[in-house]
Design a protein around this ligand. Sequence first.
Ligand SMILES: [Zn+2]
Length: 206
Amino acid sequence: MSLFETIKETVTVGQAAEYYGMKIGRNNMICCPFHNDHYPSMKLNTTYYYCFGCGATGDVIQFVANLFGLSNYEAAKKIAVDFGITPDNPPVIAALKKPEYMETKSRQKELHECQKMVCEYLHRLEKWKALYAPERPDLPMDERFEEACENLSYIEYLADYLTFADEEEGFEVVKSMKETGYLEDLKYLSGSRDEEDVYAEEAKAA
Ligand SMILES: [Zn+2]
């Protein structure tokens, strides 16, 4: 793909206009930079612009060329530099399109699953702490009671944090939990261990 094509595929007219300091209003209209425009008369479409006042039109490269008084080739080079597009590196803007969207989606899903696990584990620990508390100090401590004492405050903290953190902060937590392996632990800890509970609840009720 030529530089021209790469740029036209990856940078929209709107992205260029915004990058070079133009304020985009409703319906992607801007004040035309090519005539004395007091009210926005230029429409920015994805691949071309059109001014209803002076009739100026063209693609993103022509837009930048006219804006800075450059040749089309110079304008293409300028866009490539400003948007980090090189023949070797994948274009930054292109990387921001679909892949980033998909990545965000999958991170949101992970975050949501993580919140769910933390929440389930929290409820389990709260239940265990009440259910398996030793009835007399001289009795051996139930493992589940010990687990609850050990982990409850951290899990409470984690649940609180994930509830109030913004999405980016949440992504960071999930990322570090993955790196430390805690996310895997949490899968086990919050996973189905219910048969033990049922048994214990029955034993306690008896
Ligand atoms: Zn115009």
